[in-house]
Design a protein around this ligand. Structure first.
Ligand code: PMP
Length: 443
């Protein structure tokens, strides 16, 4: 029988088709983690690696937290699974109630999914169905943004703005437009926090309204801070402007907070940080500290209520997943929220953010560094690309960091950092020192 925990190197790495990875390159030089605790991974060859990315932007409370482990174990031994179709169990009701109390405004209803991608596709479908139940079925257009990442469902890649994710799969959803992204190196390079220039880029939504008519547009989806495309911080006033244009034209605003949710910016959610409340909001990752997969869509009262008319025995929304509100995910989420609260991790992220900002900006001036941007406990360091080899410089950096004991993530030639919120100042110093040495060495 296979060991209960698989941490030794298998004979072959061939069968697992790795996601978003150059399989052949990786398998010729694998980087395998065996265990994790707090701020560190331990590799299969027993090296400690400081986690500069909270796994994949998700382990916000640090690794292998006892409380979460215990909650999952107890739940698995008590109620492993119960359907939430025509049946239920208390856990998702209790969790939704707790989450609703954390959220601003009337974002009081929660639809559960199992990942960020599922949360996004659920949000898009809820937006489309909402207009239909109100008799505005002509509102079918969805608007995303260039350089937006909204997961990999067909909805998510259609509204997403990452060319390679779109190009491989044919025609995608019809009736989708994209706002321009807000990244501008000439105007905003090395800005600390939110750039001043660029709020007017939200006005492109007015142009799309003029072009298509508001009566055809269902929703706009943006990440408040774009993460996976290299930490693009919204210009001051940009999100406010999007909100007011949406209000003016009856267009729903969806915030994809899969990365920004649960403390990344030093507040519960980006909606708290920016003071702009969307109509729908997607989360995943930090909701369970990544210990069990879970995604969710938060929905405002008015949207939920619009579905609650009609015959009482009619299904209001023909959508859902076998594992919506899975008991183990709910248990992990409750324990995770306890830790966030007990340890004040969102405030902690907030109070460390200026130290973090100074630290990451100290890398300015190193070879090939053409921009550094930050907000909360997230940062992007953009390197000049080698002609015809986009991404290779940052990847080289990732490999060297890993060899030196630091986990970073890259998007093209941007190095992204998003450490667990339990990080100490000494870890911040280590991250910047290791990265600095590697960058100097790259030269
Ligand atoms: N939306 C955003 C903003 C994300 O960052 C991600 C994942 N990085 C997703 C959606 C997709 O989440 P998942 O990989 O869990 O499907």
């Amino acid at each position: 029988m296979q060991d209960l925990v698989t941490s030794s190197i298998p004979d072959s790495l061939d069968a697992f088709w790795m996601p978003f990875t150059a399989n052949r390159q990786f398998k010729s030089q694998p980087r395998l983690m065996a265990s994790a605790k707090g701020m560190y991974y331990t590799t299969v060859d027993d090296r400690q690696v400081l986690d500069g990315t909270a796994g994949l932007w998700c382990v916000n409370a640090g690794h292998c937290r006892e409380k979460i482990i215990a909650a999952i174990q107890t739940q698995a031994a008590t109620l492993d699974f119960a359907p939430t179709f025509q049946m239920g169990h208390p856990a998702p009701f209790a969790l939704a109630d707790r989450l609703a109390k954390m959220l601003p405004g009337d974002l009081n209803h929660v639809f559960f999914a199992n990942s960020g991608s599922e949360a996004v596709d659920s949000a898009l479908k809820i937006a489309l169905a909402y207009h239909r139940v109100r008799g505005e079925g002509s509102r079918t257009r969805l608007i995303g943004r260039e350089r937006g990442y909204h997961g990999v469902g067909f909805g998510g890649i259609s509204v997403g703005g990452i060319a390679p994710n779109r190009k491989s799969f044919g025609s995608l959803l019809p009736g989708v437009d994209h706002l321009p992204h807000t990244h501008n190196l000439e105007r905003n390079a090395f800005t600390r926090g939110q750039p001043q220039w660029g709020a007017h880029l939200a006005d492109e939504l007015e142009r799309l309204v003029t072009l298509h008519d508001a009566s055809t547009i269902a929703a706009v989806i943006v990440e408040p801070v774009a993460g996976s495309t290299g930490v693009l911080v919204p210009p001051q006033g940009y999100l406010e402007r999007l909100r007011s244009i949406c209000d003016r034209h009856g267009i729903l605003l969806i915030f994809d907070e899969v990365i920004t949710g649960f403390g990344r910016l030093g507040k519960g959610f980006a909606t708290d940080y920016f003071g702009v409340i969307p109509d729908l909001m997607t989360v995943a990752k930090g909701i369970t500290n990544a210990a069990v997969p879970m995604g969710a869509v938060f929905v405002r009262d008015g949207i939920y209520d619009a579905f609650m008319h009609g015959a009482e025995n009619a299904i209001e929304l023909s959508h859902g997943y076998t594992y919506s509100g899975h008991p183990l995910a709910c248990a992990a989420a409750q324990a995770t929220l306890d830790i966030y609260e007990e340890e004040g991790l969102f405030d902690r992220a907030n109070s460390l953010s200026s130290y973090w900002e100074d630290a990451v900006h100290s890398l300015e001036g190193l070879p090939h560094v053409i921009d550094i941007r930050n907000l909360g406990l997230v940062a992007g360091i953009e390197l000049e690309s080698i002609p015809n080899q986009v991404g290779s410089r940052a990847y080289d950096c990732l490999v060297r960091c890993f060899e030196n004991g630091l986990l970073v993530r890259t998007a093209g030639d941007i190095i992204a950092l998003s450490p667990p919120l339990i990080i100490e100042k000494q870890h911040i110093d280590q991250i910047v020192e290791m990265l600095g040495l590697v960058l100097k060495d790259l030269a």
